[in-house]
Design a protein around this ligand. Structure first.
Ligand SMILES: [Zn+2]
Length: 352
């Protein structure tokens, strides 16, 4: 579990707020909501905080005076091995998207047991917005009548979709995006090339940028972009283009396969969305120089700028709506090939 618990450089000021003194740790709120956009390390921060709250001898940073886990005590060793009895991590099961009421009830029963290591007990719920209505209502009782020495850490990218009554009973810390220079420096330390491009593609979220920097993710992005360009220039018809996209999602990786990439339907929709959003921005703003401030796919700026001059903006906005709907459609049983065909035909119709 140790790799889960991390403090990233852009968490420094938040950490000061959470763990800046012994008093802060001793009087820690009974429920904290860690919110902010995806890819900023909120879950890692929650685990690091849990470890610090449970550590028997937190170590004080001589410069900042903030406390950190000692990494040596029994609690830290148990935590690192993933066996700390006073920590519960509630998340979605692999094949499910929600956290149901039974799992929250089990958790509540656990919270009333006494701490095994005579310290704080910590519960991490991530993503907290995955709790369905019943689960959230069940948790609410625990928030209303806090169990002594038990801390609840809720982690969410979608704070607004939590019950207002849950939000109002938690203290909240919002993890914003880091300064681009700090994010780029961190990405470069992680061995990421083209850090500016990766950061643009991830809307500034560094962990997302690191994930998108993987060779396969970039190959899929380029394939989607190329199909859009080819359809736009009549080099491929929308039906054949859809077939290429579909094969990306269907073909398993083998050494002999023509397509060596395997994309999820989500990946394809994500990149379609990314390109369409860029085009909408380029069509709406008067710009020549400096377009890279407004778009994600900065390496395709020239192609996208040319396309933006040939677009019916109204049709592009309709396509954007269809792509947003597609995120939900692909979660059900839908004929993907037909979906891609429809989107590419609509794309073709966006162009003058
Ligand atoms: Zn420790």
């Amino acid at each position: 579990m140790s790799e889960l618990a991390q403090l990233y450089p852009w968490h420094a000021s938040h950490w000061q707020q959470l763990s800046g003194s012994e008093d802060k740790l001793a009087n820690f709120p009974h429920a904290l909501l860690i919110s902010g956009i995806a890819g900023t390390g909120k879950k890692a921060l929650a685990f690091y905080l849990a470890q610090t709250l449970m550590c028997h001898a937190p170590h004080k940073d001589p410069q900042t005076k903030a406390l950190h886990p000692c990494q040596q005590c029994r609690a830290c060793l148990l935590f690192t091995s993933g066996n700390h009895p006073d920590l519960q991590y509630l998340t979605t099961a692999e094949d499910k998207k929600i956290i149901n009421v039974d799992r929250v009830r089990e958790l509540i029963q656990w919270t009333v047991l006494s701490s095994q290591l005579q310290r704080k007990k910590v519960v991490i719920i991530e993503p907290a917005d995955a709790m369905n209505q019943n689960a959230a209502n069940s948790l609410l009782k625990t928030l209303e009548e806090p169990v002594p020495n038990t801390v609840l850490l809720l982690v969410s990218n979608k704070k607004q979709s939590l019950l207002p009554t849950i939000r109002s009973r938690c203290q909240t810390i919002d993890i914003g995006l880091p300064e681009p220079a700090m994010a780029r420096q961190w990405l470069e330390q992680q061995g990421v090339n083209e850090s500016a491009l990766m950061l643009a593609l991830s809307s500034g979220a560094p962990l997302k940028a690191r994930q998108l920097a993987q060779e396969e993710a970039q190959a899929i992005r380029k394939e989607v972009l190329e199909i859009l360009l080819q359809v736009a220039d009549n080099r491929i018809d929308p039906v054949s283009g859809a077939d290429v996209l579909f094969k990306l999602t269907a073909v398993k990786k083998t050494k002999t396969a023509k397509y060596k990439l395997t994309a999820s339907a989500f990946d394809i929709i994500y990149w379609l969305d990314s390109v369409i959003t860029d085009l909408a921005r380029l069509s709406q703003i008067e710009l020549s120089a400096g377009a890279e401030q407004f778009i994600s796919n900065i390496d395709y700026q020239q192609d996208l700028q040319q396309l933006s001059n040939r677009l019916y903006l109204k049709k592009l906005m309709q396509l954007s709506d269809s792509v947003n709907k597609a995120y939900y459609e692909i979660q059900g049983s839908i004929n993907l090939n037909l979906l891609f065909e429809k989107l590419l035909i609509d794309w073709k119709n966006c162009l003058k």
